[in-house]
Write a protein that binds this ligand. Sequence first.
Ligand code: NAP
Length: 294
Amino acid sequence: MTQPLFETICFVGIGLIGSSLARAVRKHGLARRIVTLDLSETARRTALELGVVDYATADAADAIKGAGLVVLGTPVGATEEVARAIGPHLEAGAIVTDVGSVKLAVIRDLVPHLPDGVHFVPGHPIAGTEHSGPENGFAELFEGRWCVVTPLSGGEQAATDKVIALWRGVGSMVEVMDPHHHDQVLAITSHLPHLIAYTIVGTANDLEGHLQQEVIKFSASGFRDFTRIAASDPVMWRDIFLNNREAVLEVIQRFTEDLTALQRAIRWGEGEVLLKHFSETRAIRRAIIDAKQA
Ligand code: NAP
């Protein structure tokens, strides 16, 4: 092993993202010892059996002892509970980071519980799948993907640099961003698309029996892609919507206005309006492919 970035990393929550990062840390030799604090007995057992972690416990004091880096991989709605549990045990000089899909709420819920001398560097890997749990994680999840890091104003630069080095070490590209800006960007690129998928699949589910069967039979015509997104973890997504409320409500408002404009164009047979709109959106898809984020 080359000189690792950290002696011990503790993952609080060893689900899809936590276990993927733990695997990647192991693969790239970024820590000597990997520990998890997870309330789920099944998750702890699975992570140990798969060799994702060296030690697993539900005891916060036991897990946090000696950890130079603590990574929160729990649903964002659990942040305050986690902060209360780990806060008293964090050692001076330790770095805390997270992978939460929302940043302002995590900062709000975590910071009051951090002792002096502990550095918090929020982060969010823009990578994931619709699956949950340590059995679904994989070390390559972050390769070639962006990770957004949102340092606190006045935070220690050396701690930020170490968190950035961790993400680069697992193959990610890093973008440093203001947390408020992060929440607005993700509201449109991630949160609204998930809400639309949940809505469409819910609408199909409400349709009468025979129609419902045909929706499944002919799903390859577009519906199928929405069902994959709408199969995402319910707890995680409940927490995201409740914790990025303002930004999400703002983009829903904009989306509703734009949908109404398209509805009007269809009603009045304005083919030119539709053609112009669909041509512009096609260009966005090309840009995503060119940026290798498809
Ligand atoms: P996950 O697979 O459901 O894993 C979360 C783990 O945390 C579970 O084992 C859960 O146990 C445990 N947990 C819950 N509350 C806890 C607590 N108070 N203390 C200790 N452990 C606790 O979730 P995930 O998909 O990895 O998501 C984790 C975080 O990553 C979320 O904040 C999410 O916003 C973010 N994220 C997810 C994705 C994605 O695509 N999934 C992408 C980027 C970022 P139980 O199962 O018993 O609750």
